[in-house]
Design a protein around this ligand. Structure first.
Ligand code: SF4
Ligand code: SF4
Length: 303
C-alpha cells in the first residue's frame, strides 16, 4: 500500500526513545539499522478514493521497474553487503501483485533481511503465510472499506495470526468513514482482541485540507493531539531521511522520503556505486507525514 502505497502508512507516534535515537544520529553517529521503505510498484488492484496515487495511476504505472527475482536478489545483496543491518518496509501500490513477489521475499528473507510488508489483503494470503517464515517477515494488513468487508478483513487477520505473523492492522481516518470508526474498532477488538492503527488522512476532502480539517471531536476520535500536530511540522529541522532511512521508488530512484521526493534524489538503486548521504540534512517541506526522521532502530514496534 504508501508510502506510497500509502503515504499514510508511515505516520507514527514519536516515542521519547526515538527522539533520543534522532539526537544521536544527528551527531553523525550511524549506530542504528537502516530503514528502507520499498514502494515496489506503481500499480494496485484497488482504487481507494484516499490513496496518494488516486489520480496518478495512469501517469506513473509505466515507470515501474520490473526486474527478475535474481536481479532483485543481486541488488539487495549489494546493499546488504554495504550497510549490513537493514530493515525493509515494503509497500506499493499493492506489493503482492508484483510478479514473483513471494519468491523475491523468500530469497531476501533467506539472505537474513528482516522486513515488513503492508498489503490490502486482496491476494492469496494463504499461500503467502504458508511459505514465509514469520521470524523475519511481518505482515501489516490495511482495511479498505471501499473494496473489502470488515468481516472479510477480520477473517484474514485471524488467518495470519494463526501462522504467527506480526504486524499492524491499518485503517485510514478518511472523513466519510468517521461515523463508522467506533464500530470498526469495536468489532475488530471483539473478534481478535486487537486494535486498528488509525492513521490520519493527508489530502483534500470537501474543500478541506486534512489532517488540519478534522474537527476537535474527530481529532479526539482518531487520537490526534496538539503534540502530534506540532511534530508533523519539521520544516527547517535536521532529518535522518537519506542518511539512515530512505525510500526506494518503483522506478528505481532512491529519494529521502515521499514528501520531498524528486527534489532530494539520493541515487539510483541499480547504480553499483549507490550510497546513502553521510549525514542528516535539513527538511524543507511544510509538514511531514512520513516521520522517517524518527524511525530507526524501532522497527519491531511499528507497522
Ligand atoms: S489499496 Fe488503496 S490505498 Fe493502498 S495502494 Fe491500493 S488504491 Fe492505494
Ligand atoms: S518530510 Fe522532512 S522531516 Fe519528514 S521524512 Fe521527509 S525530509 Fe524528513
Amino acid at each position: 500500500m504508501r508510502g506510497a502505497s500509502l503515504r499514510y502508512s508511515a505516520i507514527f507516534w514519536i516515542s521519547e526513545a526515538n527522539e533520543t535515537s534522532f539526537a544521536l544520529t544527528c551527531m553523525n553517529m550511524r549506530t542504528q539499522r537502516i530503514r528502507w521503505t520499498w514502494n515496489i510498484s506503481y500499480d494496485c488492484n484497488y482504487r481507494c478514493s484516499y490513496c496518494f496515487y488516486a489520480d496518478k495511476w495512469d501517469k506513473h504505472k509505466h515507470k515501474t521497474l520490473y526486474l527478475s527475482v535474481s536481479e532483485w536478489v543481486r541488488l539487495w545483496s549489494s546493499i546488504y553487503g554495504k550497510y549490513k543491518d537493514i530493515f525493509l518496509i515494503i509497500t506499493g501500490g499493492e506489493p503482492l501483485i508484483y510478479p514473483d513477489f513471494i519468491e523475491i521475499i523468500d530469497r531476501l528473507s533467506r539472505l537474513g533481511i528482516s522486513m515488513n510488508i503492508t498489503t490490502n489483503t486482496s491476494a492469496d494470503l494463504d499461500m503467502f503465510v504458508s511459505r514465509m517464515n514469520p521470524a523475519n517477515v511481518s505482515l501489516s494488513l490495511s482495511f479498505h472499506k471501499e473494496f473489502d468487508t470488515l468481516e472479510g478483513f477480520i477473517k484474514k487477520t485471524k488467518l495470519i495470526r494463526g501462522y504467527n505473523f506480526q504486524g499492524c492492522l491499518n485503517l485510514v481516518a478518511y472523513p466519510p468513514f468517521l461515523s463508522e470508526l467506533t464500530y470498526f474498532k469495536d468489532r475488530l477488538f471483539e473478534e481478535t482482541g486487537e486494535n486498528f492503527k488509525v492513521v490520519a488522512f493527508f489530502g483534500k476532502y470537501n474543500n478541506k485540507e486534512y489532517p488540519y480539517g478534522y474537527t476537535e471531536e474527530e481529532k479526539s476520535l482518531i487520537g490526534l493531539t496538539d503534540i502530534w500536530f506540532s511534530r508533523i511540522n519539521r520544516k527547517g529541522m535536521p532529518c535522518n531521511a537519506g542518511y539512515d532511512s530512505v525510500l526506494l521508488r518503483p522506478d528505481g530512484k532512491v529519494v529521502r522520503c515521499g514528501q520531498v521526493d524528486e527534489r532530494f534524489v539520493v541515487g539510483n538503486f541499480t547504480d553499483p556505486d549507490f550510497k546513502l548521504y553521510d549525514k542528516p540534512l535539513i527538511c524543507d517541506v511544510d509538514y511531514c507525514p512520513c516521520a522517517e526522521y524518527s524511525v530507526t532502530g524501532k522497527e519491531d514496534t511499528i507497522e
